[in-house]
Design a protein around this ligand. Structure first.
Ligand SMILES: Cc1cc2nc3c(=O)[nH]c(=O)nc-3n(C[C@H](O)[C@H](O)[C@H](O)COP(=O)(O)OP(=O)(O)OC[C@H]3O[C@@H](n4cnc5c(N)ncnc54)[C@H](O)[C@@H]3O)c2cc1C
Length: 379
């Protein structure tokens, strides 16, 4: 008999959701978390929709701020503001959110062990810093540290600081694109209350700390209360999340949005579906049922993530001038007619890109031709 029917490596949102669901179905579950406290160190902006929290079965009493009312989207020399009230987006205390799921999982019967690191996994034995444990099903919820071994190219470095500054507006998110300063991503401000917020940058092959310093210096006086550096994953999901009796969830499975690297919702749902599929497979003694997890996750997020990956490819090819042109083409009427959901925002992105498609094609062709001529000149 195994030590636990299910062993979950990683005690964050996706692993804890998987643990909660498997335990609710009556399986014995152990969650192994290498850090000394669930939810710590917190590296997340905490931005999530109320609909997302509801789907995850979480109580939104962790909202740090009121609802986000506006998003300001900037390119180097242009930009627009869009109302965000319809999307019902909030910034939650992520540390408390993870602890809420941990409590739910514990109440359902799971055991959570902190300061217990998974070192290796083989067949049905996991070697940990606390000794060996046997299992029937293994859930890999170890975050980006797990998926990075498959594809380094999908990882961007980020820096995110907790900041006090009078330029942080209580109900406004800011997203600033600049292909030179933050190639492939952007700088952001997420308010957590009046004059307090999380300010971050990520980008391909950048020094995130110095890019963030320049961004904040350009805004004005501020104090940094906490600094966090963490990788983010932007290359989309693995083709399958199931390998034998190992089930991969969350960031470890690439379930973060390729556009914004937001993952509370899509990773949390990944964990929830995985836990339910494991319970079904175990009770029916039919491991083919694990694949229901794959099917269900892709049915919800598959085409949305495909479109986000396309938008990402376009973003990576745009120079700052093209971004200015695209942003300048966005009209207030377009934005007001857009009721896109926060968790499924590819339709809104498509609309913006479609509106400026002729300029986009012209600018991109111009860039491609310039690159071609430059490379010919070097021959
Ligand atoms: C700077 C930044 C800002 C973000 N902001 C947002 C946001 O505003 N909204 C949003 O929705 N998403 C945001 N995200 C993404 C979100 O944080 C992740 O998608 C989400 O946390 C993924 O959850 P997870 O459980 O899959 O993995 P993680 O949260 O990464 O957790 C992995 C867990 O596994 C543990 N672990 C790792 N290795 C081992 C091991 N060997 N043994 C045991 N335990 C191990 C880790 O300690 C960790 O607790 C942000 C990410 C970053 C980096």
């Amino acid at each position: 008999m195994s030590d636990s029917q299910v062993i979950v490596a990683g005690g964050s949102i996706s692993g804890l959701m998987a643990a909660r669901e498997a335990a609710l179905a009556g399986l014995s579950v152990a969650v192994l978390e290498e850090d000394s406290e669930i939810g710590t160190p917190e590296h997340c902006g905490g931005l999530v929709s109320m609909a997302g929290l509801r789907d995850l079965g979480l109580i939104p009493d962790l909202v740090q701020n009121g609802q986000i009312k506006k998003a300001r989207i900037l390119s180097p020399n242009s930009g627009f503001e869009v109302g965000a009230e319809k999307q019902k987006v909030v910034a939650v205390d992520r540390r408390a959110l993870d602890k809420q799921v941990a409590f739910q999982a514990q109440k359902a019967g799971a055991e959570i062990r902190t300061k217990c690191s998974v070192r290796s996994v083989s067949d049905n034995v996991v070697k940990t810093s606390d000794g060996d444990l046997t299992f029937d099903y293994f859930v890999d919820a170890r975050g980006v540290s797990s998926i990075i071994n498959r594809d380094r190219n999908g990882v961007l470095q980020s820096a995110q600081y907790e900041v006090y500054a009078d330029w942080i507006e209580r109900d406004t998110i800011e997203v600033a694109f600049d292909s030179q300063k933050y190639p492939g991503f952007f700088a952001w401000i997420i308010p957590i209350s009046a004059q307090k917020g999380k300010v971050g940058v990520a980008g391909r092959a950048i020094n995130a700390a110095s890019a963030l310093k320049s961004y904040m210096d350009s805004k004005g006086r501020h104090s940094i209360i906490r600094k966090v550096y963490a990788p983010i994953w932007v290359n989309g999901p693995l083709k399958s999340f199931v390998q034998g009796r190992t089930v991969i969830v969350g960031d470890a499975a690439g379930q973060t949005k390729p556009t914004t690297a937001g993952g509370i919702y899509s990773c949390g749902i990944g964990g929830l579906l995985a836990g339910r599929a494991i319970a079904k497979a175990q009770k029916s003694r039919d491991d083919r049922l694990l694949l229901e997890y794959d099917r269900n996750w892709f049915a919800i997020f598959g085409s949305e993530f495909d479109r986000m990956l396309l938008a990402r490819k376009l973003l990576e090819r745009m120079d700052s001038k093209t971004m200015d042109d695209v942003f300048a083409a966005v009209s207030k009427e377009d934005l007001e007619s857009e009721s896109g959901e926060f968790d499924f925002h590819s339709a809104a992105i498509s609309k913006i890109l479609k509106k400026s498609a002729p300029r986009l094609v012209k600018a991109m062709l111009g860039n491609e031709l310039r690159r071609l001529f430059e490379s010919q000149d070097k021959i």
